[in-house]
Write a protein that binds this ligand. Sequence first.
Ligand SMILES: Cc1cc2nc3c(=O)[nH]c(=O)nc-3n(C[C@H](O)[C@H](O)[C@H](O)COP(=O)(O)OP(=O)(O)OC[C@H]3O[C@@H](n4cnc5c(N)ncnc54)[C@H](O)[C@@H]3O)c2cc1C
Length: 451
Amino acid sequence: MIMGAEQQAAKRVGIIGGGIMGICLGYYLSKQGVQVEIFEASPVLGGLAGPLVLEDGTAVDRFYHAILSSDAHLRRLCEEIGIADQLRFKETKMGFFYQGAIHPMNNMVDFLRFPPLGWIDRFRLGLTVVAAQLVKDFRRLEGVNVEDWLIRLSGRNTFMNIWRPMLKAKFDGGFENTPATYIWARLVRMSSARSGANQKEEAGHLIGGYPTLMKALAQKIEAAGGKIHLSCPAQEVVIEDGRAKGIRLAESVAEFDAVVVTMQTPIFRRLIPAAPAGYLDFLAKTDYIGIVCPLIVLDRPLTGFWTLNITDDRIPFTGVIETTAYIDPKYVGGHHLVYLPKYTAPGSEWAKMPDDEVRATWMKYLKMMFPDFDEKSIRYFLIHRERYVEPLHYLNSFDLIPQVKTPVEGLFLSTTAQIYPALTNGESVSRHAEQSAGVVLAGLAARQAVG
Ligand SMILES: Cc1cc2nc3c(=O)[nH]c(=O)nc-3n(C[C@H](O)[C@H](O)[C@H](O)COP(=O)(O)OP(=O)(O)OC[C@H]3O[C@@H](n4cnc5c(N)ncnc54)[C@H](O)[C@@H]3O)c2cc1C
């Protein structure tokens, strides 16, 4: 049962984390009349989707973020809060870097020209894309190893030339325990972004990036009487007699009717030492992929491709992502933004590599890929790292996904680890936040009914 707005008026919910999840959740709860308070550790909202201010004062994405034209939930949210006019979409190009050359991969013609694949391979690769669209119940793929699935559909040659290098790059080596749902979800998302008979990609962004969404949602939350506290890390969720009472801050405890944590499970675990030991053990089973992500800010375009997938094992980065292929440089200080991400497995040596070594290694391979690359075109070279980027889901591990409602009364978890098999992005996170808000409201209503 979901309470009406008047019944909710007195309810107070504390939300920890001011990323897309926390802010969207705060918005959906305050729409229902709940008084929300959001606590964010850093001085800005946004988390992984937050901004970075360059030396010249230009704010750009710390990590690369695209909104796809098919991101229906996110687009609806933008309309609802009055920022849809800030969305920009553009036809973009994707390609592969294979044996020293760039090969576009945007339509049937490109596909048929792709050199490492013979006619049968191409046909089977196309079949893989079609087969993915036909799978409606992902649970069927939960226990199927991604390698077996792809070899069966695409064939060994395509697997070795295309899929294996991509999987190796994404998982920083090993992917033996990865279910087929991983590639399935990607194929479904990318196909839905291609529109019309010409099958062109449409990627886009909000002018100002996700921070534009954050600001607009924050205004709505505050207009509804909610509060947002920046530079305000939660120290602990106060749990007494099996119930979440509030949030311990640096110098006080803020009391709430319910507390929602939106961070990744290892951070959540550290905040709830008083939760049942069995639950803490259960949460420890979720792990995450991390990232080392250099951003090179250039005075000219590099490839003109939004994404260049790399199928060369020697190159440490996963891809070349040029966000100014779809963001008009006029919105980002006239710069051209190229991200060179390296995903890192738990314990990866790459994550520990000092910045100067990362820069030297990355430059060596960038020059190998683009012999004419002129280092003078670099305006800034920045390196960002994160340990918890994307949850890792292993074969048959569906039951290890934590629920929004936790065993502690009044304590809820709304986190990216619960988004599966969809990929974690603004679309799925905002959708999940709305669903989690429903669970929190139902929990509050149930308590009110009992009390
Ligand atoms: C390299 C990369 C590329 C991506 N590409 C895309 C893309 O193209 N399109 C797209 O839509 N999405 C993309 N994403 C995904 C998107 O950024 C994430 O799914 C989304 O930002 C997750 O939001 P979140 O709120 O769940 O988590 P987070 O962003 O991690 O937010 C958690 C927040 O909690 C705060 N916090 C931590 N500890 C505390 C504490 N103790 N007290 C208070 N606050 C605390 C953190 O500071 C942070 O702000 C990408 C992500 C990365 C890293």
